[in-house]
Design a protein around this ligand. Structure first.
Ligand SMILES: Cc1ncc(COP(=O)(O)O)c(C=O)c1O
Length: 399
């Protein structure tokens, strides 16, 4: 049954997306959403690929790949030679964790805020080697970034070989103080793999300056590239030991002008590279939607997130679980007491389904912290408007 609350007006910029009319889309965080002009470009590239498959995928592949890599390098503050495309952040984490030469008794550090799929990767890498996964317990709710740094550092031992640390966490939507964490871990002799799945396009990035051992990020989320576009950056001294999750020709065929690292990753078997090839245009196009470019776009999305969270916390009479300084363009908000204490009812919570089916709102629900507090997570992309968060507050009140 559709409930008759009048639907809020989204931002006029939403006309550039295919998002279904009548759906209030407050979950950009899960998979992003690709704008029409970028999808059109991707279709054109696919047509070219099918018109001349060998020319496109083999003989002249690098002619299209290199401009995309160069644009990405500028955008994330890195050298192009340290960057490779992967299909998603999960593939980036797989490449790094499964390339580690672990010994029995070694420790891999992660946090209780990590992403389940990535946790599974480090668990499997540890299991194979007889190594151990140590989970740092980051509090939630929390008051300051110091609590995050302290939790991570408390979990370090002299056996810690690698720490997988999210730049922006998924369920708790916290922007971790990643520069401090990398620095402190480095000082203790621990390499960091940054899971930056949400970072590109949400935060300004200078990966070369951050200089962790490894950094992976998605481009289909906050850069709005087509799905299948992500990257892995590896510090030069680590590149020789990193293999892609799928090994192909690059291990014994080198191309002039490319590092062995790039040879291994640039081709992982026949696939559709069109998402990667759209990355430069996606960065350029999205950055031009507001006069102040990417800086203004990120600031606008952050301000809308803060405004949305404030009004939802007020209307629902719940306390914000973290300071605004730890927010990017996602925010996790606890549900009021009357929603708490219910066991999970399946893949998707009943209230989340009702929000979609009855009110046309796409917003994720989750359970976080030691008490499995039921929360929901909002996001803000330039197609959103404040009226959409007001509408969500009204709908939640009616559940
Ligand atoms: C923190 C984090 N890491 C990794 C991922 C995995 O991204 P993908 O499914 O694109 O590999 C996500 C997805 O939302 C995420 O939030």
């Amino acid at each position: 049954m559709k409930v008759k609350l009048s639907r809020p007006k989204p931002s006029p910029l939403r006309r550039h997306w295919h998002l279904a009319p009548g759906i209030v889309f407050l979950n950009h965080g899960s998979f992003g959403a690709c704008p029409k002009p970028i999808l059109k470009l991707q279709s054109e590239l696919r047509q070219k690929m099918e018109a001349e498959p060998v020319q496109f995928l083999w003989r002249r592949y690098e002619e299209r790949l290199e401009p995309a890599r160069a644009a990405l390098a500028r955008f994330v503050g890195a050298r192009a030679r340290d960057l490779v495309f992967v299909t998603n952040a999960t593939a980036g984490v797989n490449a790094v964790a499964r390339s580690l030469k672990l010994k029995r008794g070694d420790e891999l550090l992660t946090t209780n805020c990590d992403y389940n799929a990535c946790r599974n990767v480090v668990v499997e890498a540890a299991r194979r080697a007889g190594a151990k996964v140590v989970v740092a317990e980051v509090p939630f709710p929390l008051q300051s970034a110091d609590e995050i740094v302290a939790a991570v550092l408390r979990a370090v031992t002299r056996r810690t070989r690698l720490a997988m640390i999210d730049h922006i966490t998924s369920d708790t939507a916290l922007v971790f103080p990643i520069a401090r964490i990398i620095r402190e871990l480095e000082a203790r002799g621990v390499d960091t793999l940054v899971d930056g799945a949400h970072a590109p396009g949400m935060l300004p990035l200078r990966i070369g300056r951050l200089n962790p051992a490894y950094y992976t990020g998605n481009l289909h989320k906050w850069v709005c590239a087509p799905k299948g576009a992500a990257f892995l950056w590896v510090r030069e001294d680590k590149q020789a030991s990193v293999q892609p999750a799928v090994i192909s020709h690059g291990n014994n065929r080198s191309r002039p002008g490319y590092s062995a690292f790039q040879d291994r990753f640039d081709w992982c078997g026949t696939f559709d590279p069109s998402a990667w090839l759209c990355v430069g245009e996606a960065i350029d196009w999205l950055g031009k939607r507001v006069p102040g470019g990417w800086t203004q776009l990120r600031a606008r999305n952050h301000a809308l997130t803060v405004q949305g969270r404030r009004l939802l916390c007020e209307r629902l009479e719940v306390k914000p679980p973290c300071p605004e300084s730890l927010l990017g363009t996602l925010a996790t908000i606890p549900l009021p007491a009357r929603f708490q204490g219910l066991p999970p009812g399946g893949k998707i919570d009943a209230e989340q389904l009702r929000l979609y089916d009855e009110f046309g709102i796409e917003v994720p629900f989750n359970r976080v912290g030691p008490k499995a507090t039921r929360c929901f997570r909002i996001s803000a992309q330039i197609y959103n408007a404040v009226a959409e968060y007001e509408y969500l507050a009204e709908a939640l009140a009616m559940l």
